[in-house]
Every structure is written in C-alpha cells, then in structure tokens.
Design a protein around this ligand. Sequence first.
Ligand SMILES: [Zn+2]
Length: 253
Amino acid sequence: MWISFIFEIYITILGLVLGSFYNVVGLRVAEGQSIISPPSHCPSCGRRLTIRDLVPVFSYIFLRGRCRTCHAKISPIYPAIEAATGLLFLFSFIQAATIEEMLAGWLLSSLLMIVLVTDLSHMIIPDKILLFFFILFSVFRSAFPATPWWDPLAGAAAGFVLLALIALISGGGMGGGDVKLFAVMGLIIGIKLIVLGFFLSTFFGALLGGLGLLTGLVKRRQPVPFVPFITLGMLTAFFFGDQLIAAYLDLIF
Ligand SMILES: [Zn+2]
C-alpha cells in the first residue's frame, strides 16, 4: 500500500520532469535548433533560466505565468504538457496489467506530448521526431510483443492507409505528418486499437471542431491543429479500447 503510493509519487515526478523536457524537444526541433544547447532561456529577454524557474508546473504557478525578469507571458502550454505527462505516466502505472504495457503507455504518451507541442506551436509534426519514435517503437515491440508478430506491421499499415484516404478525400485538410504519425502509432498499439483510435480521433475532431464553429471560437477555413484530437482519440483507445469494444459488441449482439 505505502510502497505503491511511493511508486506513484516517483512516477508522477518522472512524468512531470520528462514533460518539461518534451516542451524543450518539441519547440527546438520544430524550430530546427539543437536540443542540448543553448541552455533554457526566456524567449523574450534571453535571461538564462535557473533551477527555480524550471520546476515543472510549480514554477509557472509561483511566477503567475510570467518571466521573473522581463514579465513576458509564459505560454500555458508548458505547464499543461508537464501536468499531462505526469498524469499519463501515473495513469499508465495504475492501469497497466504488466510492466511492458505500462512502458507502452509511457512511450505512446511521450510521442503524443511532443507532437502536441510542435503542432500547437508551429502546426507541424517533424520527421525527425517521427523517425526517432518509429525506431524506438520497432525495437520495443520486437523485444516485448503483446500480440502476434504481424500485428504491429498491420497496425502501421492500417494507420497509414486510413489517414492517407482521409488526406486524399479532404484535399489538404490533413497533412502528411498526420499520416506518418498514425503509421508510427500503429506499430506500438496494433491494428485493433489504431482503427478504434482513428474513429475516436475523427469523432473528437468533428465534435469539438463543430462546437468551436458554433461558438465562434474557430472560423471556417481556419487551419486547426489536429493533434489535440488525435491525442484524445488515441489515449482513449489505448487506455479504454478493450472495454469500449466489449461494450459495443454487447450492444449489438
Ligand atoms: Zn524574460
């Protein structure tokens, strides 16, 4: 009981710290900069950030969302990504039946958090990030197969084909980055969950995009980042997919 609680605290802290790193990776790769140098600094005044500015979530709250020196606003995306990564790491630990599936949850969450940063800040999904996770997921699933050997390949193919079809039909509404992202994610979650995740992503996109249009938050023809909906859809599929499929089958049979 206590041991598990201590693990939960450690894992949440690990997620928070990695989330902070994912902000840096996402922004710097999207801008074509090096991940390691220069050290973190305020984008407005250039002041080098110290350890006091870099505590995940808490620094943002303590500084009330502004730079300590020049008082420029800090994007709320930073603490949101940190908090989300911490919670997703914790949730993977609580939910997963095996260590391997917990790691799969951490890996999928990590990819999604990084591309969330690149998509929200620059509307791109960089190839460098996709290639890195493509290799990581391939090695991971070769070492820890959860399903028959062909399932990750079928998942990648299905993710690619479904998104390529949507990209063709929508005529540019969906980018090549989204197509490759689905192929990479298919590797780690397999064909059943990538298909479900695809339907959930488009469902969330239609629902929240429609709400955005109705409330005037989104304008017609305005390009909308799609990764937030992909994140919602894929994480729902990963964590609740088997229950959702079982409930659905119960309903029709
Ligand atoms: Zn500053």
